[in-house]
Design a protein around this ligand. Structure first.
Ligand code: FAD
Ligand code: UDP
Length: 377
């Protein structure tokens, strides 16, 4: 059986790997000139630093099965993601923890006092039934912390006021009552020792997988549709010629700077929540791999300022999951169900704010579905 997978991102790669272990011949295409989708990384010749071309990607996983699945392809280091935020010219720990609260309010709370303290702050703006991101954050931590760390960052990131965005976005960010600085709630975080691209090359080693880069599905759509099966991981609205309207995404632009010092900011990521900075965060990728530090050039480091904008002129990165877009997506989803040999997957194909763990899970689910349907196994 012959299958085309459109998109050599994480979703397409996991799917190709799984199906190649059965009786499938796979053609994996991507319009970019590399595999890996937004997780793609490369070694910078000038500095020897491993760079994430489309922004920092830290693997964070809760599900033991997904952890075992991905770590069988390569070793991971034990990098723990810890972010700082610059607010009012002062550095704070982020996500909000006991240190952030104590420094912000100039108090000296104990962990067991934090929830009462935040509740009393939240009660000043009674929002009993939060309906959007702004209300949700205020109901959790009160207005002063919301306005300092979330309001303007979110406006820059999404191009919308947080009051127009779903409350669920904030579920990604933990609030900690102790001094824990781990950015995630997940049990595992780390980076693939040799980078994501090398990891993906291992997953695509099978002779049953042919890879065609610089190949846009829409330039030869009829040809690819002749295959027995098609899995499409690009934007779902583009597949249907935008017949129900355009889905909104956010795109990103990265401003790269080379600095002639060993360490420019002392941490992998520093967030800049205030609107006076055009960027949302600055990433210094050297910090993701402390163990590689000696193999990088001395007195050189690269930093990337991340600027968010509407995707009309850039690649689609983040689906904007507000009511209007979800309504449009529902129509495309219904259309997609009319095909029995075309499947849609991944962050763009399913219009979901998937992290890598979710993407791997969804690709494994689809591979099981396809294998059951076509091989009975
Ligand atoms: P993509 O990586 O977008 O791959 C889709 C591929 O399809 C692309 O390569 C694209 O070129 C190709 N394509 C699209 N249209 C066509 C076409 N017409 N023809 C041919 N090819 C086409 N997750 C984490 O777990 N941790 C993180 O720290 C993290 N950080 C992130 C930071 C940023 C800036 C972004 C944008 C995402 C981040 N994510 C993170 C999420 C992670 O990137 C996704 O979960 C994952 O990359 C989704 O994989 P995908 O294959 O669905 O999509
Ligand atoms: N966020 C914020 N301030 C910050 C960091 C995050 O307001 O300093 C909000 C913002 O809306 C962002 C969301 O929290 O989109 C989720 O943050 P996360 O770091 O998970 O975003 P991503 O990894 O997708 O860029």
């Amino acid at each position: 059986m012959k299958i085309t997978i459109v998109g050599a991102g994480l979703f397409g790669i996991v799917l190709a790997h799984e199906l190649s272990r059965m009786d499938f011949d796979i053609l994996l295409i991507d319009k970019r000139d590399h595999i890996g989708g937004n997780c793609y990384d490369y070694l910078d010749d000038n500095t020897g630093i491993l760079i994430h071309k489309y922004g920092p990607h830290i693997l964070h996983i809760n599900d033991e099965k997904i952890y075992r699945y991905i770590t069988k392809f390569c070793k991971f280091n034990n990098y723990k993601h810890q972010v700082r935020a610059l607010y009012n010219d002062k550095i704070y720990e982020f996500p909000i923890n006991l240190s952030t609260i104590n420094n912000f309010y100039n108090v000296n709370l104990h962990p067991y006092e934090v929830l009462d303290f935040l509740s009393s702050e939240a009660r000043k703006d009674s929002v009993p039934n939060p309906q959007n991101m702004e209300e949700k954050v205020i109901s959790l931590i009160g207005r002063p912390l919301y306005e300092a760390f979330f309001k303007e960052y979110t406006t820059k990131q999404w191009g919308k006021n947080p009051a127009q965005l779903p409350a669920s976005i904030i579920n990604r960010i933990p609030i900690k009552c102790n001094y824990d600085t781990n950015y995630y709630k997940k049990s595992f975080n780390g980076m693939p020792s040799e980078g994501y691209t090398k990891l993906f090359e291992k997953m695509l080693q099978s002779k049953k997988i042919s890879i065609q880069l610089n190949t846009d599905f829409f330039h030869d759509r009829d040809y690819f549709l002749k295959y027995d099966l098609l899995v499409y991981t690009g934007p779902i609205d583009a597949f249907f010629g935008y017949e129900h309207g355009k889905l909104e995404y956010r795109s990103l632009r990265f401003e790269e700077e080379l600095h002639y010092v060993d360490d420019w900011q002392g941490n992998s990521v520093i967030n800049y929540p205030e609107l006076k900075y055009s960027y949302t965060r600055i990433c210094e990728p050297k910090h993701f791999y402390p163990e590689r530090w000696n193999s990088c050039s001395k007195n050189k480091t690269l930093i990337f300022k991340e600027i968010s904008f509407s995707n009309s002129s850039g690649d689609p990165y983040y689906p904007i999951l507000d009511k209007n877009n979800m309504e449009i997506y529902r129509k495309y989803k219904n259309d997609s169900l009319l095909y029995d040999n075309i499947y849609f997957g991944g962050r763009l194909g399913e219009y979901k704010y998937y992290d890598m763990e979710d993407t791997i899970k969804s690709a494994l689910k689809l591979s099981t579905k396809i294998l059951m349907k076509y091989t009975g196994r």
